[in-house]
Ligand binder design. Sequence first.
Ligand SMILES: [Zn+2]
Ligand SMILES: [Zn+2]
Length: 354
Amino acid sequence: MKLVSVCPKCGEPSSLGLCDQCRLEMATLLECPDRVEVTLCPVCGSHLIRGRWQDSQVPVEDLISDAVAEAIGLHKDLKDPEVDLSVKKRRATQYLVKVHLAGTFGELRAEEKCTVAATVRRATCDRCSRMAGNYYEAIVQVRGSAGAPASEELEESKKIAEAQTESCLERGDRLSFIQESKDVKGGINLVVGSTQQGRLIARAILERFGGSTQESYKLVGMRDGKKVYRTSILVRLPRLKAGDLIRARRSFLEVRGFEGKRTACTTLLNGNTVYLSEEDAEEALVVGNRSSAERAVVVAADRNVLEVLDPESYRTVSASRPGLLKAKPGDEVEFLRFRGDLILLPPRNKSGPS
Ligand SMILES: [Zn+2]
Ligand SMILES: [Zn+2]
């Protein structure tokens, strides 16, 4: 018996059952829904995808294209499919999307077209409605440890809070927003939408200034059958800050930064590293900060002493030379005043405070 390979439908030669032409005629290459819907928040522009709100500044036409691309189905045997979408606005919230599909089916070139209607729905997103409803989960309380912290530290803390809020939102924490930022006695209160965001803000402020944090929470009620807690995160800024010149352990030290509860300092005498405990840091005498240092010209120099011209009195004054200061006559050096003396500072560390 002789086997003849022909298409059972049209009788043309075909090695595997139905020929390409007959299969193509029977196949649905492109499956299209009649319509798709895109939901946008009119307040912030974020959009709803598969039940979740996402922050984006993408044009609405692109959102519609994405929704259609996701909703259409392509035949699994189509090779190298190319889908072309063109979005046209019909009315305020109505769009038409023309879909053109081309590809290779068996040995044949194939194409198909369809049109999908798209509707843009407007709904206030979860984040905007919580913000409007005064929702918050945590309060970050930034305070100075002794009296009021400098206003520049508070201003910087606010900036840190804004940056952290932005990055939390980018990472998908929809409740990351600052409900309120208010000045209170001794510091600021940052009222924030998410506890996680509040913790990250506190940590970032701590990394910048040192200090300590303390967290507490209380039950404030029920929401959708779940207990709702409100968290308070107290950030205590340290008394000392980077760049401070202090008198502690009978030497002059420059505060470099904070490592946990310890204050890392450099001795003026020889540039050695010294760590102060919390108690030592509390008791240290603050001479000043490098940011307010004055400048003087060196008149004469020897190993341990520099003579500089005091820019205020125009008199030549002798001052101890810090171990790391390699100045010669004519150079400018930085100094702070302390009890009638000039305290010369070593050159600025490139990685240190500027
Ligand atoms: Zn056939
Ligand atoms: Zn919104």
